[in-house]
Ligand binder design. Structure first.
Ligand code: 3H9
Length: 692
């Protein structure tokens, strides 16, 4: 099957890569590209060569699904050598996204012409890698090495205009891309002179090296343990110290080592799990969609404001609805202040901030939802309140409008039952801060129409979210599993682990924050109120709240927060208090190792994940992993709880859980049937999902 269309006209061979969906550089593309470049050398009708892409993408990079498998020749660097050493000039006509190996193809060419809408980047770091086809050696030879390093460290693509300014695009085509590229290619051929990027050295000055070293030190300070950051530094340093060919060899060797690193494997797993999460059982391309031209959000609190920003950021006009004028004014003011601070930080232009602010308006009273295509309720977390609101929405919203609730725990079926149109009701669980966090749990009640589910999936993507569709149960996927960790934390505190030991074990595992520091930050009174409403208890956290220790906001929680302290300090009072409660509760205390703390906190979560899978609340283990990585700060390089559990071994986890359950007399800790069954059979969650 031809993956590249070749067309020779007017002395120029145009090689158009056509490998949908993203023109990745799979084996067939590499082979055909090498073959076509080689053949063009002997073709008398060809004076110059253009490489371009079919569709909206130039080339999105190497084919990630080939990584970790036996290499299939020709390797990409070999193809790029042929391009760079071509006896006829090669021009990249960059028609859209040029990422990773895609940009490396362009860098190996002798000139780069981009359409104004093209974006270019080297995102390999996000996969735990570094560029592996010359990117680390060629880019710093074209632009300031410090800027090249920054671009590769960040991984975000830049616009064509910025690439031109930096110097790795030669021309942004004012009109027809191919015409401009053709002119450039023929001009090079006729001048008989063009530059191999590998020969360039103008950027490699002493000053440039100092600038690079300064950036490198800063990067190492921020990410001292990331193997790919260290490798990236080493490779870029190579441009100053090594001949080009040796620099390429160094890069290649570091790339190969990184590809096999379990952290990079986990990141690749996450890449595909995220994409798979978009596939919802019973929903397909053919499922009809509803139009979302206008939105409304009920509630101008932190959550409601953040959700409104998500709509405005995506260009969808939104009305924020409150019951009282002053609450509305405060909420809208908070949103405006957030946009202002983005402008102040330089992450948003003034015009863009104004455009987004103008898309948000406020109204008092539910009548304002009448012309919204979707209403997202973000009011107080109470079933009575929510049912009342949904009964009102049912009366006022136009027919066919999607009625969504942002509840994080409550039964969405019961909320839907407050309306005469349960088919239009769905849960859209945003995470705080909603305008920042990537996760969106789409909670699908029994009666919800397929087109509503499909529309919300598309909407999630439009809002820039990773949307995962889940079933209805208390706390859905994320919070239901989190509750297991919270319960385990309480148990462990009583049993003798100190707050900072627990937090250190969890941050050492890779979370940005431990559960107790997190509780202090969020406010301990929130959970306390919920427990009181449910008639449950958590002896330690309840006692702290009874003493007015609500966390950071009251200066005291699990830790104490002296004025201006950036981090909580150990509080002997709390530690003594916990020992006292433990004695009262008859819990014997001892010390715990870091590994034991991790196991005690995270294995019960995995166990709950197994129940969630068995109940089909999540469609696949990968969905659970995507939720935890994107909504709960699970370290991305550990893949997610279910992926991690597979690596630990389900037999090990089931065995430990059995021991915990026996010791604690707590049956919720006993391995769930699915976990026990897989452990017994020596299988992983992944094999189970793949039908083993
Ligand atoms: C690299 O290049 C290493 C080199 O330096 C050295 C090599 C020696 N490979 O995201 P979407 C699939 S590392 C394989 O939903 P969008 C994806 O799985 C690579 N498959 O679309 C999905 O499949 P399905 C550096 C890929 O429009 C379909 O394409 N490059 C690849 O939202 C559509 O994807 C990157 O890291 C790939 N490279 O976003 C870029 N890319 O339909 C990674 C996509 O079966 N890719 N697929 O689920 C992306 O960032 C986004 O996919 C992109 C499109 C922005 C391109």
């Amino acid at each position: 099957m031809p993956k590249i269309h070749s067309d020779v006209a007017g002395g120029v061979a145009v090689l158009r890569i056509s490998n949908p969906p993203v023109n990745a550089l799979g084996q067939a593309v590499r082979e055909q590209l090498l073959d076509l470049i080689t053949r063009a050398q002997d073709d008398a009708a060809v004076e110059a060569i253009i490489i371009t892409g079919e569709g909206k993408v130039f080339i999105a990079g190497a084919d990630i699904s080939e990584f970790g498998k036996p290499p299939l020749p020709p390797a990409l660097p070999e193809v790029l050598d042929a391009i760079e050493n071509s006896a006829k000039p090669v021009v990249a006509a960059i028609n859209g996204l040029a990422l990773g190996g895609g940009l490396e193809v362009a860098l190996a060419g002798h000139a780069r012409v981009a359409s104004a809408s093209a974006r270019l980047g080297l995102p390999e770091v996000k996969l735990g890698l570094i560029p592996g086809a010359g990117g680390t050696q060629r880019l710093p030879r074209l632009i300031a090495p410090a800027a090249a390093f920054a671009l590769m460290l960040d991984g975000e693509p830049v616009e064509a205009a910025r690439a031109l300014e930096l110097g790795f695009v030669d021309v942004v085509a004012p009109g027809d891309l191919l015409e401009t590229a053709r002119d450039k290619a023929l001009a090079l051929a006729r001048a008989g002179a063009w530059r191999r990027t590998g020969d360039a050295s103008a950027t490699l000055t002493e000053q440039a090296r100092e600038d690079f070293e300064e950036r490198a030190r800063e990067a190492l300070r921020r990410q001292p343990d990331a193997p790919n950051v260290a490798a990236l530094m080493e490779a870029v340093r190579g441009v100053f110290e090594l001949p080009f060919a040796e620099g390429l060899a160094l890069e290649r060797s570091r790339f190969r080592t990184l590809v096999d690193d379990p952290r990079a494997q986990a990141l690749r797993y996450s890449f595909f799990a995220e994409r798979k999460a978009g596939q919802v059982p019973g929903i397909g391309r053919e499922t009809p969609r509803r139009e979302i031209a206008r939105a409304a959000v009920i509630g101008a609190g932190t959550m409601g404001g953040g959700i409104a920003m998500c709509f405005a950021n995506a260009g969808i006009p939104v009305t924020v609805v409150e019951v009282a004028e002053d609450a509305l004014r405060r909420g809208i003011g908070r949103v405006a202040a957030l946009y202002e601070s983005s402008v102040g930080r330089g992450s948003l232009s003034r015009e863009e901030a104004d455009r987004r602010t103008a898309l948000i308006d406020g109204a008092v009273g539910y009548d304002a939802v009448a012309d919204a295509d979707i209403v997202v309720e973000a009011a107080f977390e109470d079933m009575g309140v929510k049912q009342e609101i949904f009964a009102s929405l049912d009366r006022i919203a136009k027919p066919g409008a999607i009625l969504a609730t942002n509840t994080s725990y409550l039964d969405v079926n019961a909320i839907a039952a407050a309306t005469q149109r349960p088919q239009d009701v769905i849960g859209l669980h945003f995470f705080s801060p909603a305008n920042v966090m990537r996760l969106l749990e789409i909670v699908r009640p029994e009666a919800t129409a397929a087109d509503v589910v499909a529309t919300c999936g598309d909407l999630g993507r439009k809002l820039g979210k990773v949307a995962v569709t889940v079933g209805v149960c208390f706390g859905f996927v994320g919070n239901r599993m989190l509750a297991r960790r919270t319960a385990a934390t309480e148990r462990l505190l009583l049993a003798g682990a100190l707050p900072h030991e627990i937090d250190d074990a969890i941050t050492g595992f890779g979370f940005r924050m431990g559960p107790l520091a997190m509780g202090d930050l969020a406010g301990l009174d929130i959970g306390w109120r919920t427990r009181k409403a449910q008639g449950t208890r958590a002896p330690v956290a309840d006692t702290l709240c009874e003493l007015g220790r609500f966390g950071q906001k009251s200066g005291r929680g699990f830790y104490r927060y002296p004025e201006n302290a950036r981090k909580g300090e150990r509080d002997p009072e709390v530690e003594a208090l916990i020992a006292e409660i433990a004695q009262r509760e008859g819990v014997e205390r001892r010390s715990f190792s870091t590994e034991e703390i991790v196991a005690r906190l995270l294995y019960p979560m995995v166990n709950e994940g197994a129940r969630i899978l068995a109940e089909k609340i999540a469609a696949r283990p990968g969905d659970i992993d995507v939720i935890w990585v994107n909504g709960y700060n699970w370290p991305a390089w550990r893949g997610g709880p279910m992926y991690w559990a597979d690596a630990v071994g389900l037999g090990v986890i089931a065995g430990q859980l059995t021991a915990f359950a026996d010791r604690e007399g707590d049956e919720t800790l006993r391995p769930a049937p699915l976990l026990a069954e897989l452990a017994e059979a020596g299988l992983t969650f992944r094999q189970w999902a793949e039908g083993a």
